[in-house]
Design a protein around this ligand. Structure first.
Ligand SMILES: [Zn+2]
Length: 278
């Protein structure tokens, strides 16, 4: 069942979804809900994501998980890899941690596992995006052409602000980044100001429920509809209302095709054909 709007049918990907192994999914989901003081719609298991996403008409899912301790990096990446094998519609990102010592070795493993980039959550992992300690890792990711999906924005903290990401991009303009949540959760205006012209990708996750249509359109125009990707922040928001919020903006069919699938497919090198993982 594809996504259908105004008689047109769209290939659609969720470019921002979190998954957890079955036995910790309930606890992990609840703790994210507490952190943001938001109700979580689902329990974040791979099976629930695949099922709820398919019901909403989504064809592909970018899946990730965050390592709050360096010892978790390997096991999380093994879990993401196996979820991608089980669900060929998943595209996985590797977990990372600022304390990883063997940067090149760990990145080799991540690429060998077929993962297409790295996910970082500076607020959960408690490091500043622009901490100089992160630069060797960013340089290595840049050399390999590996995109980094950053959780960005939290006005209560000073780890993940769009300003901090802008400082990194001034140093490393070739780094491919996704600034999640339209450039900065709760910091949408600052994101427009300081990430303008930086070439970052953004995703729409955890944004529409908080923004007016005018403000959402302003952000999309500023980053460029060819650099915006639809995302739900699963297990946080149900895909149906998020899709309706996107279509309510009245973008052109070509812009919606880009945001729903093409930009995601280009960035993460995903074929538009149904293919098996590997
Ligand atoms: Zn996230």
């Amino acid at each position: 069942m594809p996504v259908i709007h105004n008689g047109a049918s769209y290939l659609a990907a969720d470019a921002h979804a979190h998954i957890y192994p079955e036995k910790i999914a309930e606890k992990a989901t609840a703790s994210v809900g507490r952190f943001y003081d938001l109700a979580m719609r689902y329990v974040g298991t791979p099976g629930v994501l695949a099922e709820a996403g398919a019901q909403a008409g989504l064809d592909r899912f970018l899946v990730c998980s965050v390592a709050t301790k360096v010892e978790q990096v390997r096991s999380i990446n093994g879990f993401i890899e196996s979820a991608c094998r089980e669900y060929p519609q998943f595209v996985g990102l590797g977990a990372w941690h600022p304390d990883v010592e063997d940067i090149e070795g760990e990145l080799d493993d991540i690429q060998r596992q077929g993962l297409r980039g790295i996910k970082l959550h500076p607020d959960f992992q408690e490091f500043a995006i622009d901490d100089p300690k992160m630069l060797p890792f960013y340089r290595a990711a840049e050399c390999r052409g590996l995109p980094i999906l950053f959780h960005t924005g939290d006005s209560r903290k000073n780890f993940s602000s769009p300003r901090q990401l802008a400082r990194v991009l001034q140093k490393l303009p070739g780094l491919t980044c996704v600034a999640a949540h339209l450039g900065g959760y709760t910091e949408w205006k600052a994101a427009r100001e300081c990430l303008r012209g930086s070439g970052v990708y953004v995703d729409t996750s955890s944004s529409f429920p908080f923004l007016s249509e005018e403000e959402a359109l302003e952000s999309i125009a500023l980053f460029g509809a060819d650099r915006v990707m639809f995302g739900t922040d699963f297990p946080m928001w149900p895909a149906g209302p998020e899709l309706r919020a996107l279509f309510a903006l009245g973008l052109t069919q070509a812009e919606n095709r880009g945001i729903l699938f093409e930009n995601f497919a280009r960035l993460y090198r995903v074929s538009t054909q149904k293919e098996s993982h590997g």
